[in-house]
Unconditional design. Structure first.
Length: 202
């Protein structure tokens, strides 16, 4: 499937049909490289980190380049067209994908219940047909088929493939260090959450 590549027009109908939209150009390649370099330098300074953690959650509080990025006008414009003006940045994270490293497993997240068994996101005023959360995924380096680009399943937002209420074999309630070597996504093996254990993406 070929993604739409026109970045001037935002096709919201495409989003509602497929569950994702993009690519949307935010920076020129050289600008993205410069931003990433500053992020990496600032990442080494953990003196002002708000929540000390191993996976770079919420570093937009102490890394100015990430603060500016999450408020990028183009990002806000797209999100507004999908969920309206009531927008809250719940969490940010950034991580590298090194050559030969394990890729992110197929997964589907609704309320982030997989981490503790209790939903981390609960809407105070649910709105029919409006998602409770959106993920904005940004590549600061080239993302190609050869080096491991992001893959999406069109229309998968309409069917439950992964049930976060299922108790996994590893991950929940265990120390991160004890399970990270055996799984591909920060200590959680998302295949444990499959509604149909035999299902594989087409």
């Amino acid at each position: 499937m070929q993604l739409k590549t026109e970045t001037n027009e935002i096709d919201i109908d495409f989003f509602w049909e497929n569950g994702f939209i993009g690519p949307i150009k935010l920076y020129e390649p050289e600008e993205a490289k410069e931003i990433l370099q500053r992020i990496r330098i600032n990442n080494q300074d953990r003196n002002h980190i708000l929540f000390d953690n191993d996976v770079n959650y919420d570093r937009h509080f102490d890394i100015p380049e990430l603060t500016q990025h999450i408020g990028h006008p183009k990002i806000i414009e797209v999100i507004r067209k999908i969920i309206g003006n009531d927008i809250l940045s719940w969490r940010t994270e950034f991580f590298p994908k090194f050559p030969g490293a394990v890729g992110t497993e197929w997964h589907q997240v609704a309320n982030y219940q997989y981490a503790s068994g209790q939903p981390q996101l609960v809407p105070t005023e649910p709105k029919e047909g409006i998602p409770i959360d959106l993920t904005v995924w940004t590549a600061f380096t080239d993302a190609t088929r050869e080096n491991g680009c992001m893959k999406f399943m069109p229309g998968s937002q309409n069917k439950l493939y992964f049930d976060e209420s299922i108790s996994p074999k590893k991950g929940r309630g265990e120390e991160y260090e004890s399970v990270k070597a055996d799984t591909g996504f920060f200590g959680y093996n998302f295949s444990d959450y499959k509604v149909d254990p035999n299902w594989e993406p087409d």
